[in-house]
Design a protein around this ligand. Structure first.
Ligand code: NI
Length: 234
């Protein structure tokens, strides 16, 4: 299930992110890729060096995480259990593309102290941070059972798609494409079950806005939550 969620960050949030990113140090993006992906990855990634960099990096991550937190569309589409702290990338100049790959299934959560925790990457996320008018190319192309989906969204918009998908980023031939990317382990591991819950939630919201709260809607909302209870792994 590929879902576009507009305006995760508003214009002020995008401007704040861009101000921090414009001052950030960038490095070869291959450090966060697996062996196959590293062979086709040709971009840059935000790589803090000094303590001040790290502070700004944390501010950027907090900006994105706060925007996600409590966003009803994001919650409904992903049912997040754990969100990997967001990373940031840039496609421009000679480092401008990322060939076809599948993201690593398991990643380590960065955390203080010993005992690194692993998480499963059920859902891949890209938050666009550049105005599409500012660059050519740079489409995120995701292979789905209904063919290729080409995604290029307004700054502040998010796309979420199954971590199982083969995907790539087309070469950027003018300007720069900045984005945040991260992964989610969902409360509901099965993509089919997540899709059913999402579609049911959308229908419930539409019915509620048309009819208000009716006894049948209360019952159906209960069924949604009971399905979630049945399928969720907390
Ligand atoms: Ni990827």
């Amino acid at each position: 299930m590929l879902v576009k969620i507009p305006q995760i960050l508003d214009a002020a949030g995008v401007a704040r992110a861009r101000a921090l990113l414009d001052a950030a140090p960038w490095a070869d993006g291959r450090s966060s890729a697996g062996t196959q992906a590293a062979q086709v990855k040709n971009n840059e990634q935000l790589q803090p060096v000094t303590e001040q960099d790290r502070e700004q990096f944390r501010a950027l991550q907090a900006l994105v995480l706060q925007a996600l937190d409590g966003h009803p569309g994001f919650f409904s589409a992903t049912l997040p259990k754990r969100v990997l702290p967001p990373l940031f990338n840039r496609y421009t100049g000679a480092t401008n593309a990322y060939g076809s790959h599948v993201d690593q299934a398991v990643r380590y959560l960065p955390q203080a102290g010993s005992g690194a925790q692993r998480m499963r990457t059920d859902i891949s996320c890209t938050l666009f941070l550049s105005d599409p008018a500012d660059y050519d190319g740079g489409e995120l192309v995701i292979e789905t059972t209904f063919g290729e989906q080409r995604v290029k969204l307004a700054a502040g918009d998010l796309v979420v798609y199954p971590g199982t998908s083969v995907h790539r980023v087309e070469p950027v031939t003018r300007g720069a494409r900045l984005a945040s990317f991260f992964w989610i382990e969902s409360l509901v591991r099965s993509e089919a079950q997540r899709r059913l819950l999402y579609e049911m939630d959308l229908s419930l919201m539409a019915l509620r806005s048309q009819l208000g709260e009716t006894p049948a809607l209360v019952q159906l909302t209960g069924t949604y939550h009971n399905l979630l209870r049945l399928w969720a792994d907390t």
